[in-house]
Design a protein around this ligand. Structure first.
Ligand code: RP5
Ligand code: MG
Ligand code: MG
Length: 241
């Protein structure tokens, strides 16, 4: 990345020398939608204005640079292009915040947290919204993929029954920009974070097993003295707090 100090993040600060590094990950290039790859999850190499007009951002209307690329509403990142993200502009995700009172200590909350396979950092078990999917479906699908990697049909049935009950009552606690390390000047993460509270009885029936892009899963203390919680991925700690 081109180094950007805090005082120069805002686009309102003139900075003629600013020269972000262009980058598109090979995994994104390989997934670009085209006539030969109609089901690709990534946008075409050139931003398509007709398509982008319908891409809603929680941050307000999209603005475009001279190359018709959407501009990151929160400012400069030091990288231009899509980087590791598939879509120009907002890339939508959903995040489940599943809480319970810590067994034996009713004054302490815990959350279901996973260790990300890409960076090794602990995070909420969230993920990207698939094409045509509503976020309330994404949040459950990602939870099941990342922490419900069950070893047997019986275990899977127990997990699904517990999740049916758990996800029946949820509340949106955050909707907007994510301070994700993959963000660029032209592509960024936005999410909807849902809160689901798990009773002690239900927690006993909810088996947790990491899967997909999660390497580990645990009930993690919501406590700044817990290093994995203090260093939670991107802006995840802000929403839990
Ligand atoms: C974060 O990246 C979101 O808050 C969500 O947790 C996650 C989605 O990306 P993947 O986990 O699919 O990489 O910005
Ligand atoms: Mg996932
Ligand atoms: Mg994920």
């Amino acid at each position: 990345r081109f180094p950007v100090e805090d005082a120069k993040v805002s686009w309102k600060v003139p900075w003629p020398e600013y020269s972000p590094v262009p980058f598109v990950a090979p995994s994104v290039l390989a997934a670009e939608r085209s006539d030969t790859n109609p089901n690709g999850w990534a946008d075409s190499p050139r931003p398509n204005l007709a398509e982008l007009k319908h891409r809603l951002s929680c941050e307000g209307p999209l603005f475009f640079d001279a190359d018709q690329r959407p501009v990151n509403p929160r400012g400069r990142t030091g990288v231009c292009g899509r980087g590791m993200l598939g879509k120009w502009g907002p890339n939508r995700a959903a995040d489940p915040i599943v809480t319970r009172w810590k067994p034996g200590d009713k004054r302490k909350l815990q959350i279901v947290a996973i260790q990300r396979g890409d960076t090794g950092v602990w995070a909420l078990p969230g993920g990207m919204v698939d094409a045509g999917e509503v976020v309330s479906v994404t949040v459950r699908r990602e939870f099941a993929e990342e922490v419900g990697n069950m070893a047997s049909d019986a275990e899977r049935a127990a997990f699904n029954a517990a999740v049916d009950e758990l996800f029946a009552h949820g509340e949106v606690v955050y909707r907007g920009y994510v301070d994700d390390p993959r963000n660029t000047d032209n592509a960024w993460m936005e999410t909807t974070a849902f809160h689901f509270h798990c009773t002690a009885d239900l927690a006993v029936q909810l088996p947790l097993r990491a899967g997909d892009d999660a390497h580990n899963v645990t009930w993690l203390d919501v406590d700044d003295a817990e290093p994995r919680y203090a260093a939670l991925y991107a802006s995840h700690k802000d929403w839990v707090d």
